[in-house]
Ligand binder design. Structure first.
Ligand code: HXC
Ligand code: NAP
Length: 286
């Protein structure tokens, strides 16, 4: 459904772009004409991904830059942006995708565990956005920031509390800067994915077959997401066609959070016979 040159010439920086959803978005952006920079902590993972991304079917080479960077380190973020700007001369789109997460009862968490997750998701996203925003504003260039959150950014969720707290903060940033930085031509958008099986997420959030099945069972469409579906949504949101979308979060979860949020949603297991009986019990007789 997309024009092949949809993102022609746009320079896109994806944090955590070496794996999972970040990688899937990067691959799609390249197909649509973008130039790409990916960062993460593990340079060898980034290099391997970039090597595979550069090879195009027609024999020409995609422009993919790799920069090792821990987004929890503000000076490393500055250095990473310097490197991307030195290579491409500009950045048009920032995708805040890097994250850390794992399931645990909250009372079992050490303070370092809290810091690890909040540091990556909330501080890392703020450092990268702020540092690039300052440069965009100083140079008079606009841009787009796409933040990857989750639906529990607004519902909260048990057993992933540091992630929920941090993603809620990222959503607040999305909405706040949508207003504050719009006069500079800087647009903010967010995507809230439901379950998309990636190595990083599944190994930490659904490490047993039962938990993996549970993740699917909670989705009204009864399936997990396909990375291509998310990559296409991201492509639209960072494209000029979405130029009037600012401060919005788009959910892509097969209806998961609506089902989870509905107080009576678990009544789906009630049989037709039971419903007959329930009607008898609940209908008012005059
Ligand atoms: C309890 C844990 C733990 C666990 C680590 N810790 N894993 N505590 N349960 N499973 C504790 C450690 O014991 C340590 O505390 C502290 O956390 C820091 O751990 P490190 O390994 O030193 O941290 P670090 O190397 O910085 O790694 C960060 C990480 C790790 C978040 C802990 O998992 C990571 O690198 N993740 C990156 C990728 C990722 O998480 N991807 C999934 C994103 S999916 P002490 O006190 O012992 O020193 C996602 C989906 C959301 O966000 C929605 C799904 C529907
Ligand atoms: P993933 O493959 O584990 O992606 C996380 C990426 O972040 C990795 O490439 C990781 O690389 C990088 N990263 C982690 N800590 C970093 C740090 N301190 N500095 C820089 N980079 C760091 O998991 P994913 O499933 O693709 O998740 C991608 C995004 O989607 C995340 O924002 C996640 O919260 C969100 N999400 C995913 C799902 C899902 O079901 N998969 C659902 C909802 C939301 P290094 O380890 O090399 O640093």
């Amino acid at each position: 459904m997309f024009e092949s040159g949809l993102l022609q010439g746009k320079v896109v920086l994806i944090t955590g772009g070496g794996t999972g959803l970040g990688r899937a978005m990067g691959e799609r952006f390249l197909e649509l004409g973008a130039k790409l920079a990916i960062c993460g902590r593990r340079l060898e993972v980034l290099e391997q991904t970039a090597k595979e991304m550069r090879e195009q079917a027609d024999g020409s080479e995609h422009d993919v830059l790799t920069v090792a960077c821990d987004v929890r380190d503000a000076s490393a973020v500055e250095g990473m942006l310097d490197a991307v700007l030195a290579h491409f001369g500009r950045i048009d789109v920032l995708v805040n995708n890097a994250a850390g997460n794992f399931i645990s009862p909250t009372e079992r968490l050490s303070m370092r565990a809290v810091d690890a997750v909040v540091g990556i998701v909330l501080h890392g996203t703020l450092y990268t956005t702020l540092e690039l925003g300052k440069r965009w504003i100083a140079s008079g260039q606009g841009g787009t920031v796409l933040n990857i959150v989750t639906s529990y950014a607004w519902t909260g969720s048990a057993y992933v509390v540091p992630s929920a707290v941090a993603k809620a903060g990222v959503l607040a940033m999305t909405r706040s800067l949508a207003v504050e930085w719009a006069p500079y031509g800087i647009r903010q958008v967010a995507i809230a994915p439901g379950p998309f099986p990636t190595e990083g997420a599944w190994s930490r959030l659904a490490p047993t077959p039962d938990l993996a099945m549970h993740a699917i069972d909670r989705v009204p469409l009864k399936r997990v997401g396909d990375k291509a579906e998310l990559a296409n949504l991201a492509s639209y949101l960072i494209s000029d066609y979405a130029g009037y979308i600012n401060g919005e979060v788009v959910t892509i979860d097969g209806g998961e959070w609506l089902q989870g949020a509905g107080e009576f949603s678990d009544l789906r297991s009630v049989t037709p016979e039971q419903w007959d009986r329930l009607r008898e019990m609940t209908q008012r007789r005059s």
